[in-house]
Design a binder for this molecule. Structure first.
Ligand code: SAM
Length: 318
């Protein structure tokens, strides 16, 4: 069953970045266009919305979306960091740039794409089916040490070593081809007591997250996109990111904090000697989390965190 995607923290995003009529916005992660539709309504006929997604299925949804909204629209089917670089080269200046990270419900629910541990499917996990690297190549090609490091770094999995050892042991009998076989290897690697300790959480969740991040080089794209998105903003432009795990949120937090920091002289200096002025102003002190009501309606929103900043005009000396 392929449910449509419910946009996460949608009201909060609109409140924080306050889209206005006639502005130019860049949606880096179009998905099902849930956020894009709300933004398009506020941009109105004089506004422009550039939509980006590397999944061809998102492009199909965009075609319908573009017929229904009133602002000018454009779609770029590529990695958002490449798209932001292209827009920059074209001389585009944006009032709003926003990213809603991770994968959509349609991607999770499309069994054959292999994103979910709940369905048995070929090990794939590519957001862009045109790219060569897939989950099968990682699970069968990386050595035990690389796999353990991956599960630890991107999945924060305390059983990373055991799971990597079991995968490599099973691989000797033949390649691990499906999500079901990967889940079986993970479950076999964990002693019963450890499996019981997961409570409601699936024991394969962390490994699947780690493999998906690696297949799609998600953190590299984010690291490249943040400065490019910031660069694209006009004065008073707003950059916002909704992230879904601490590896993403930490990067966003650091990036926005660095843009919004002024003087970096040691506190005991009587006067500022660094001369540094903030380029931006945080629009979210702490990250904004979904309300319990939103999580009850849409459990996939649970780990969403919104952060945003505004680019200060050049002469602003706050
Ligand atoms: C969480 S969904 C976005 C949902 C969307 N905001 C909505 O309301 O429907 C994330 C989307 O971003 C896309 N995506 C993730 N990383 C990407 C990247 N580096 N470049 C381009 N698209 C990316 C995925 O293919 C997916 O469609």
């Amino acid at each position: 069953m392929s449910r449509t995607h419910i946009p996460v923290l949608a009201g909060e995003l609109i409140d924080v970045i306050a889209p206005a009529a006639g502005e130019t916005a860049v949606d880096c992660t179009f998905g099902a266009g849930g956020h894009a539709r709300l933004i398009a309504d506020r941009l109105g006929p004089a506004g422009t919305l550039v939509c980006i997604d590397r999944d061809p299925a998102a492009q199909e949804r965009f075609d319908e979306f573009a017929r229904e909204v009133h602002c000018e629209t454009r779609f770029l089917r590529m990695d958002y960091s490449e798209a932001l670089s292209l827009l920059h080269d074209e001389g585009v200046a944006a009032d709003l740039v926003y990213l809603d990270l991770g994968i959509s419900s349609m991607q999770v629910d499309a069994r054959e794409r292999g994103f979910s541990y709940s369905y048995d499917a070929p090990l794939d996990m590519r957001m862009d089916p045109g790219q060569t690297l897939d989950a099968r190549a990682i699970v069968n090609g990386w050595d035990e040490r690389q796999l353990a490091q991956l599960f630890r770094r991107y999945g924060d999995d305390p059983s990373a070593n055991r799971i990597a050892r079991e995968i490599v042991r099973r691989r000797k009998r033949g390649a691990i081809e499906t999500t079901g076989e990967l889940v079986a290897a993970i479950e076999a690697a964990l002693p019963a007591a450890v499996r019981r300790s997961f409570g409601g959480s699936h024991p394969a969740k962390r490994v699947f997250q780690a493999v998906r991040i690696a297949v799609n080089a998600e953190l590299d794209s984010l690291d490249r996109a943040l400065p490019l998105g910031w660069e694209l903003l006009r004065e008073d432009g707003r950059l916002a990111v909704i992230s879904f795990h601490s590896l993403e949120d930490r990067r966003v937090k650091r990036f926005l904090a660095a843009r919004s920091r002024g003087c970096v002289c040691p506190p005991d200096f009587p006067v500022c000697v660094c001369g540094r002025r903030p380029e931006g102003e945080l629009l979210t002190g702490r990250a904004i989390a979904p309300t319990p009501g939103e999580v009850a309606d849409n459990p996939r929103a649970k780990s969403g965190r919104l952060r945003a900043a505004r680019k200060l005009p050049a002469g602003d000396t706050r």
